[in-house]
Design a protein around this ligand. Structure first.
Ligand code: NAD
Ligand code: UD1
Length: 337
């Protein structure tokens, strides 16, 4: 039985493909290359010395999905495919709803048609909105401030309704905190298009000379050093969480939301200083105004992941900085053209 990975050429998807293959799982990958390239999958093939079955396809294309389910014995889907840029989602909300929500509905319709009723979905800590930290899975969610976050909340609700309608469905809603870092080989990593929105990719591009300096968005938050606190999680730990989530989905039905975080908060300046240790020199930065929509702090309660999945993050912020820097210093232009 194979696992279908949608969006498997992306940042988290490519790392998860590698860990699934290492764990002995059969995988089939689909991606439309909206935000990725074929190269990461080739590098995953190299790293595990295995050929990966790949389809260039769009999750909104029902006929293409049917072909994939007809040609493969799929029993579980890990659904990464989606758009994730908050700013773009404010400018192009319909694109986000069509792709992230509409695409998921099409995928589920095809899954139902082929009797495949197991899905692990990439949700986000963003669904917690303004709850107090640490975020626990039983908190009310959906208080989100942008269309991207709303698509994550809406898909969570759609998948829960699907479980209510049909008790054979198994849904694992993985709420990621802030994935950073890369595989320790330095062969695969995060390669954003254009100017990075997120902290670590920006730090890395400053470090390789592609950007002049980092802007630290606000030093007047009610946190110990005044800068924003996030729960950064090593992308390999996150990928390993998916291996466990698939095992869980295969042995349970119903819907569960589960946080994938470390439970530890790190401020922007703490991350910059941890990075400087591997970089070996100061990283140029300036203090800038707060970014609209940012919260002072965000970190996970991790008990549920430990209890249900038997999973805990084991890599710390120094490991994340070391591996991120290995990737960026050895691939200064990412995957290139
Ligand atoms: P990514 O952009 O690197 O990967 C997503 C992949 O999906 C890309 O390869 C893209 O080409 C593909 N894709 C998008 N729309 C598609 C479509 N209609 N059909 C087929 N393929 C499509 O992003 P990522 O960081 O790897 O994130 C993976 C998932 O996790 C996304 O759903 C994202 O919203 C979610 N997530 C990411 C983060 C984060 O910080 N990276 C945090 C929380 C949740
Ligand atoms: C952002 C998104 C969130 C999304 C997540 C993953 C916003 C408001 N939130 O989360 O919805 O799920 O990315 O894609 O965009 N920072 C700087 N300078 C920078 C970049 C960031 O100081 O150049 C700070 C931020 O203010 C924040 C921290 O670094 O305190 C982390 O930011 P980022 O990496 O963008 O992640 P989130 O804001 O947590």
């Amino acid at each position: 039985m194979a696992i279908l990975i949608t969006g498997g050429c992306g940042y988290i998807g490519s790392h998860t493909c590698l860990e699934l293959i290492k764990a002995g799982q059969d995988i089939v990958v689909l991606d439309n290359f909206y935000n990725s390239k074929p190269e990461p999958l080739h590098r995953v093939e190299e790293l595990c010395n295995t050929k990966i079955k790949f389809y260039e396809a769009d999750i909104r294309d029902e006929a293409a999905l049917c072909r994939i389910f007809e040609e493969n014995e799929i029993d579980t889907v890990i659904h990464f495919a989606g758009l994730k840029a908050v700013g773009e989602s404010v400018e192009k909300p319909l694109l986000y709803f069509e792709n992230n929500v509409g695409g998921t509905v099409t995928l589920c319709r095809v899954m139902n048609k082929y009797g495949v009723k197991r899905i692990v979905f990439s949700s986000s800590a963003t669904v917690y909105g303004h709850n107090p930290v640490p975020y626990t899975e039983d908190m009310p969610v959906g208080d989100v401030t942008n269309p991207y976050g709303r698509t994550k909340y809406m898909v969570e609700e759609i998948l829960r309704d699907l479980c209510t309608s049909d008790p054979e469905w198994s849904v694992v809603l993985l709420r990621y905190f802030n994935p950073i870092g890369s595989h320790e080989s330095g062969r695969i990593g995060e390669d954003p298009n254009g100017i990075p929105n997120n902290l670590m990719p920006y730090v890395l591009q400053v470090a390789v000379g592609r950007r002049e300096r980092l802007s630290v968005y606000g030093d007047d938050y009610p946190t110990p050093d005044g800068t924003g606190i996030r729960d950064y999680i090593h992308v390999v730990d996150l990928a390993l969480g998916h291996v466990k989530a698939v095992a869980y989905a295969r042995s349970h039905t119903g819907a569960e939301a589960i946080n994938l975080g470390t439970g530890r908060g790190t401020s922007v300046l703490e991350l910059v200083h941890a990075f400087e240790k591997v970089y070996g020199k100061p990283l140029p930065y300036v203090i800038a105004p707060r970014r609209a929509g940012d919260l002072p702090e965000c970190y996970a309660a991790t008990d549920k992941a430990r209890d249900l999945l038997g999973w805990e993050a084991t890599r710390n912020i120094d490991d994340m900085c070391r591996d991120a820097w290995k990737w960026q210093s050895e691939n200064p232009m990412g995957y290139g053209e």
